[in-house]
Design a protein. Structure first.
Length: 287
């Protein structure tokens, strides 16, 4: 699942055929009603958290746009449609590389898409995505061009309360400092990775102070509509903190950014670190 934005983007391209200058039938905003990924019905919560922040996509010409729920940026994608086929066909932009083929159905204000797995050359022939089919089914409806404005939010006047003097806490009990593990550069050098139910992430730390990273997606929706995330840059180690400076990335906003992680423990097969927010992570040595 995931990146629904992009997915929708795919089909949305149907709204604008290359040879048609006027707005196509899919032009406008669409709200997702349901998604079925390989027989799994995805709850609304997942749509908002993983696919598009407001559960909608916007089609303009042959471009589909939606707001990424995590990065908060606007994603867009083009697609190619063939309404002469039965049912009408949709191919993702770059389908020659990813083999993402689908079909769509437009009934009034209801729009349905069905896509096969990117490694399957055959196009779906019906609108279903049962368990084991490796298909993705999306149903949505058109959002009216003009919706009534939201009612004003009434703000209650603030009530000022005199502060109650706080009691002074007792002095802290001295605690012996824990031994700081010795982290050396040669222990960090290599390729480390981790995975969850949605993606696989790799980071390679090279001896010359450069690094590369790769994120690939595992499930139907994300595998079809999410582009691999690649990044590169420089890294160094000082006082147990690994600092990464991004000089290249598929996400342009990352370029020039600096990220750090404090290594808690590192061994021959695993590395435990805390990110800048204090969250603990574990990486496994790949090579």
């Amino acid at each position: 699942m995931a990146g629904i934005c992009v997915l929708l983007a795919v089909a949305w391209g149907a709204c604008a055929q290359a040879e048609v200058a006027k707005p196509g039938p899919l032009e406008g905003s669409w709200e997702i009603i349901s998604i079925v990924d390989n027989g799994e019905v995805l709850p609304a919560r997942v749509v908002f958290e993983k696919f598009t922040e407001d559960g909608r996509i916007t089609v303009t010409g042959n471009t589909v746009r939606c707001k990424h729920p995590v990065r908060k940026d606007i994603q867009q994608m083009a697609c190619v449609v063939d309404p002469s086929k039965t049912p009408p066909a949709i191919d993702l932009a770059g389908a020659e590389n990813v083999n993402s083929k689908g079909i769509y159905s437009l009934q009034g204000d209801m729009l349905t898409f069905c896509f096969g797995s990117p490694d399957v050359l055959t196009r779906p022939d019906k609108f279903s995505a049962p368990v084991g089919s490796r298909k993705l089914l999306i149903v949505m409806h058109r959002v009216p061009t003009s919706e009534p404005p939201a009612p004003p939010v009434l703000v209650q006047p603030a009530v000022v309360v005199a502060p109650i003097p706080a009691r002074q806490p007792p002095p802290p009990v001295p605690v012996a400092a824990a031994a700081v593990p010795v982290i050396t550069k040669d222990k960090v050098i290599g390729t480390w990775g981790h995975q969850d139910e949605q993606k696989i992430s790799y980071n390679t730390f090279n001896p010359d102070g450069t690094f590369t990273g790769l994120v690939t997606y595992k499930n139907g929706f994300q595998k079809i509509f999410h582009v691999e995330e690649r990044r590169s840059g420089t890294w160094n180690l000082a006082d147990g903190v690994v600092t990464l400076r991004y000089t290249g990335s598929t996400d342009k906003k990352d370029i020039g950014q600096v990220f750090s992680m404090r290594v808690q423990r590192i061994g021959d097969i695993d590395m435990v670190y805390r990110d800048a927010q204090g969250m603990e992570h574990i990486e496994w040595r790949v090579r």
